[in-house]
Ligand binder design. Structure first.
Ligand code: SF4
Length: 730
């Protein structure tokens, strides 16, 4: 999908892929996720290794010029050559010249996304060479004439039956192939022949060790090592970011890569070659050892990587070890796969960074919107890359490159943001949602009546892209802040209080769901807390989710300015909306100066976390509503799950005697403003389907996120409440 496609075209393409590839992708990604969760559970040192891997990558990218020098020396000393290719054309021309020097006729390749980036096969074929992919998935795609849809499982979008149909139609077979075993055996025999005949073997490299010139290949099929050593000539093609200093730095990656990619403790084959090896060449025709010389070329590719290294925001993309875990963890990816969630080469969460870096922003634009910022990929990444932040930065840069928009005047005055003219109207509307919510609340019930009127829905759909099938939230006549003021503040005197807390009046609590704010005040007061609700503005979450980073930074600074005196006074900050709490804890690190972000993070609590802490510290749980064994279905918010704070709601509910069942799906499907957008309505509903199925027939449903609750209402036809409303005293 290109950047210039309309919403309708985008929706059509997504729907086509949902129908054709979605089932196979979901099945395969779900299996890989389950295996990954198990592998990580069985590996207690996982986080320690992740941090170590991150440190090593940071250092290696910082030392890249030095590592390049060292690897060149080492490979040349071994008798091979190193070529630093500036771009795809340069790399392709070099590989072609290697083949031409040997009068090669055929090439076998093992799976390598870097060679996909170069479109090396097309180039070599155009030069008259026969090229065969030897990885089973890549072979399937070569036969099908398709591109990979996942960086580790390239044919993940294909079912076994489809592959059988493909092979039976394409090859002249005596008996049709049916089972996975038959298909694999056929491919192995067929490709074994091609490997024996090949003049040149091309591999990628998972890692390249600078000290020794060692190429590390991590595979499950063993085809990479065969492709590397069976032909007389081996060409390894790798991005410059694959360099590590020595074998000592390799260990954490070997521990992590297979666990993250496929949930194995180690891959079937971890091959370390320091080519050219001294073993004799092979002559299969004569059935004897050949008399030829072995030849080795290491092609290290720049193609934008050195520029990425200089880019503060994109740099961490280079730490990626291409395990694909971020794709598997992504709910949108699970539904629609990499052919929608990818650019020219790369797919999935981290693809935005790769595509922006190696192919340019237009290639990243095609799918950048599909990242909902849910952060489910953050803990999945074995190198601790903040993938959602990279997506946000790219979104911001795309916004800034947008053409001036003729509709800008429509939102003049409704968009008090720090963005330049030309920002798409849809983003401007969602990014400034607080303004609309404040206005809607002030003018309710007229605004609610208007919002449900057909002509207004048509206009909203046309101008700001809100799908007309979506139920719109109802604005409250009295905001949470006004209610608290009218009530006369807290009922607990500071002198009698165990603690003092600020309840942050987020946009949703303030203007749409003041009931949960009131429930919070009642709960905290019953537990002995003096409560304040100061007039604070929007947190910055809404603009950030639209890639409006400067606006988000302004909002973050204003919120911090309003909270600083309370933090100084030792008051706790209690946040009801999980996406705002996650913002305070995670993204404020990127938006505020380090010290401010730290101080706020250390004083801030998710509301259920806070209640849990009060109860743990002796507050009387009898002051709250008892569960008496009542069954509750609880869906934890995705960002709270990343932080681990969703568990506090479960702990409190269980302590109060509720019988809690949790959802284990990756996402509700709504993911903030995402599900409201016309282009993504079907995808959002598809992502939400597993949640609906798992909660079908449940009596009471609790969800802490506003958008999760909205989506549950759409999927199940009935509402949900925030856990605080369930446990609050009357
Ligand atoms: S960003 Fe992290 S999770 Fe995603 S492919 Fe790279 S290393 Fe794996």
């Amino acid at each position: 999908m290109s950047h210039t496609h309309t919403d309708d075209e985008r929706a059509q393409e997504i729907n086509r892929l949902l129908a054709s590839e979605g089932d196979a992708v979901r099945e395969n990604a779900t299996l890989l996720n389950r295996q990954r969760y198990d592998a990580i559970d069985e590996f207690p040192a996982y986080d320690e290794y992740r941090s170590r891997a991150r440190e090593i990558k940071e250092a290696a990218i910082a030392d890249l010029p030095d590592l390049l020098e060292r690897v060149t020396e080492a490979v040349e000393e071994n008798g091979g050559s190193v070529y630093l290719a500036e771009d795809a054309a340069d790399a392709n021309a070099y590989v072609e010249s290697v083949a031409a020097d040997r009068d090669a006729e055929s090439v076998v390749k093992s799976k390598s996304m870097t060679t996909e980036e170069l479109e090396l096969n097309d180039h070599l074929e155009a030069a008259g060479l026969e090229v065969w992919e030897t990885d089973l998935g890549e072979f399937v795609l070569q036969v099908a004439e398709e591109t990979p849809s996942h960086i580790v499982g390239p044919a993940m979008h294909k079912s076994e039956a489809e592959i059988a149909r493909l092979f039976n139609a394409h090859f002249d077979l005596e008996e049709p192939l049916e089972t996975a075993q038959e298909l694999t055996r056929f491919a192995r025999d067929f490709l074994g022949e091609r490997i024996r005949e090949a003049d040149v073997g091309v591999t990628g490299a998972n890692f390249v060790l600078a000290e020794s010139g060692t190429i590390v290949l991590v595979t499950n099929e063993g085809n990479a090592r065969k492709s590397a050593v069976t032909p007389d000539v081996h060409v390894a093609v790798a991005g410059v970011e694959k360099l590590l200093p020595t074998v000592a730095e390799l260990e954490p990656f070997v521990q992590l890569i297979a666990r993250a990619a496929t949930g194995q403790s180690i891959a079937q084959y971890v091959t370390m070659l320091s080519p050219p090896t001294e073993s004799p060449t092979l002559d299969f025709e004569a059935d004897e050892l050949g008399a030829g010389e072995r030849e080795f070329h290491l092609v290290l590719l720049d193609n934008g990587r050195f520029d990425m290294r200089e880019d503060e925001e994109l740099r961490e993309t280079l730490y990626c070890i291409r395990c694909g875990a971020c794709s598997n963890a992504c709910a949108n990816f699970q539904s629609v796969g990499g052919h929608a969630f990818g650019g020219e080469t790369y797919s999935g969460g981290i693809a935005t960074g790769w595509e922006a870096g190696v192919h340019g922003y237009d290639s990243a634009a095609a799918f950048n919107d599909l990242c909902t910022g849910c952060t489910r990929c953050v803990n999945a990444c074995p190198v601790e890359i903040d993938i959602p932040w990279i997506n946000t930065v790219v979104r911001d840069r795309l916004n800034r490159g947008a053409d001036p928009d003729a509709f800008d005047h429509l939102v003049d005055g409704l968009s008090p943001d720090a963005e330049e003219p030309g920002l798409p109207l849809e983003k401007r509307f969602f990014g400034n949602f607080e303004t609309a919510a404040r206005l809607g609340s002030t003018t309710a019930p007229v605004s609610n009546w208007l919002a449900s009127a057909g002509p207004v829905r048509t206009l909203l759909e046309r101008v700001v892209g809100i799908d007309r099938r979506r139920e719109l939230p109802t604005f409250a006549r009295e905001s949470f802040g006004s209610w608290f003021e009218r009530r006369g503040g807290s009922r607990i005197d500071p002198g009698d209080a165990t603690r003092e807390a600020i309840v942050y009046p987020d946009t949703y609590t303030n203007y749409l769901s003041p009931e949960r704010g009131k429930a919070t005040v009642r709960t905290l007061e019953r537990l002995g807390v003096h409560v304040r609700v100061p007039p604070l503005g929007e947190s910055g979450r809404a603009p950030l989710s639209q890639g409006m980073v400067e606006t988000a930074r302004e909002r973050a600074r204003a919120v911090y300015a309003g909270l600083a005196e309370h933090v100084d006074a030792g008051r706790d900050v209690v946040v009801i909306e999980p996406s705002d709490h996650a913002l305070f804890c995670r993204e404020y690190d990127r938006l505020l100066v380090e010290e401010s972000a730290r101080r706020l993070r250390e004083s801030t609590y998710d509301v259920m976390e806070y209640v849990y802490g009060l109860l743990e510290n002796g507050a009387d749980s009898h002051a709250l509503t008892a569960g008496d064994g009542r069954e509750i279905a609880y869906h934890g918010h995705c960002q709270a799950r990343t932080l681990g704070t969703d568990q506090y709601a479960v702990a409190v509910l269980e302590r109060l005697g509720y019988d809690v069942r949790e959802s284990d799906v990756e996402c509700c499907g709504m993911a903030g403003s995402f599900g409201y957008k016309r282009a993504y309505y079907e995808l959002s509903m598809d992502v939400g389907q597993p949640l609906a199925e798992s909660f079908e027939g449940e009596a009471t449903i609790l969800a802490s996120g506003t958008s999760c609750g909205d989506q549950l209402e759409s999927l199940l036809g009935r509402g949900s409440r925030h856990p605080i409303e369930e446990i609050a005293p009357p």
